[in-house]
Write a new protein. Structure first.
Length: 315
């Protein structure tokens, strides 16, 4: 067919006006961040609120024990109440020495939590410093610090703490016990911090700070460590539960704190002699210890999942 006889309406589609859509952006919305996204994710999980309630109760028991009991844990112990059952004002009964079990549970939370917090703080500080220096500077410093970390990682910190507490048997205080635990339990923290610093130091803002003339140490403190803090918080929460368990283990073995100190591990150790006639004196502190440790470990696991964008994307 000749080109002059072609019908334009037949071969050419009618023109339509194109509609352009623009994504709506809320100017007043708060900018997203790792911590904001983590809080949005973690607060939707019922497990977080259950473990948080347990942790808050334990902390309140450690700070304000008189809110939970008015019975002195060691001054109203009568042999006439030895291994006695529940009584008015004594809901859990009595120990072999006639002391109130509930009162010793409440006051024992302070010792366990103080030792756990101090040991975690000591181990986290040492591990963060060693891992940050090794990961950021690299070279021979990384080799030396990594080998030192491997040596401490190979030493069971419970065994090391037993040796330390045996040497300082005349000075068994919570601070000495915390140093005995935290001073040998920092290697895992150092490994995590080193790996995170190796990742962060390749970021553009680190190169920009170096280009602006900041020293390497100032760049490490001002830019690298703040952006590598999330894994440290997670591992510190989990380590806190492990430190409480270590304190109870050492007290149970008789190399922890003195016999005049209220401690869940010490109560478990003293109650094993009357296990057959009064098992609840051992079961109650064991339950308190288990629930507390489990709460901190689960809380650490939840924080790890919430602070990991890849984990949030998989759910």
């Amino acid at each position: 067919m000749p080109s002059d006889q072609l019908s334009p309406n037949h071969y050419v589609a009618p023109a339509k006006s194109a509609e352009v859509t623009v994504d709506a952006v809320r100017v007043d919305a708060k900018p997203s961040s790792l911590w904001r996204d983590a809080w949005t994710d973690i607060r939707r999980r019922p497990t977080f609120w259950v473990t948080s309630v347990v942790v808050v109760v334990v902390v309140l028991m450690a700070i304000f024990p008189t809110l939970f009991t008015q019975v002195p844990p060691d001054r109203e112990c009568f042999l006439s109440n030895s291994n006695g059952g529940p009584a008015p004002g004594h809901p859990l009964g009595f120990t072999f020495q006639g002391c109130d079990i509930w009162s010793r549970l409440v006051w024992g939370a302070r010792t366990s939590l103080v030792v756990g917090l101090l040991a975690t703080l000591i181990g986290t500080v040492i591990g963060t410093v060693m891992g940050a220096l090794a990961g950021f500077y690299g070279g021979w410093l990384d080799s030396i610090l990594s080998r030192i970390g491997d040596i401490f990682f190979a030493i069971p910190y419970i065994l090391a703490a037993i040796v330390v507490m045996s040497v300082f048997s005349q000075n068994r205080t919570p601070l000495v016990l915390a140093f005995a635990i935290g001073g040998f339990a920092w290697a895992s923290t150092a490994r995590v911090v080193r790996a995170e610093v190796l990742r962060v130091r390749q970021a553009d803002f680190v190169m920009a700070s170096r280009a602006l003339g900041l020293s390497r140490f100032r760049t490490l403190v001002s830019h690298v460590l703040p952006n590598a803090f999330a894994p440290v918080l997670v591992i510190a929460t989990i380590t806190l539960g492990a430190a409480i368990s270590a304190e109870a283990t050492l007290s149970f073995l008789g190399v922890g704190l003195g016999s005049d100190t209220m401690s869940w591990g010490l109560d478990i150790s003293q109650a094993q002699s009357s296990l057959r006639v009064a098992p609840m004196a051992l079961i109650y502190p064991s339950i308190a210890l288990t629930v507390t440790i489990l709460a901190f470990i689960i809380l650490g696991e939840l924080l790890r999942d919430a602070l990991d964008p890849k984990a949030r994307a998989r759910r």
